[in-house]
Design a protein. Structure first.
Length: 85
């Protein structure tokens, strides 16, 4: 999922967690039972929130790539009839 997320230009956080036998980790009210697994999931979610706050309103910076600017410049040069040097 991390590789797919990066390929789609999504922010991926370094932290991750899994919950083995997840069906056993929830109570009758569909809330996760207190445990080390619960703590780990909360840690991951806190990190996601922190990264989200740090990166908010920065998409122009993170989506700006040299190869795409270069391709766009080449297309512009072709359109106006000039050669790239």
């Amino acid at each position: 999922m991390r590789v797919l997320g990066r390929w789609m230009r999504m922010v991926t956080i370094p932290n991750q967690s899994s919950v083995p036998k997840a069906w056993l980790e929830f109570d009758d009210d569909n809330r996760m039972k207190p445990s080390a697994l619960y703590d780990r999931v909360v840690d991951v979610m806190e990190e996601l929130v922190k990264f989200t706050l740090l990166l908010r309103d920065k998409q122009d910076y993170f989506l700006d790539r040299y190869s795409e600017r270069k391709e766009s410049a080449e297309e512009l040069l072709k359109r106006v009839g000039q050669r790239s040097s």
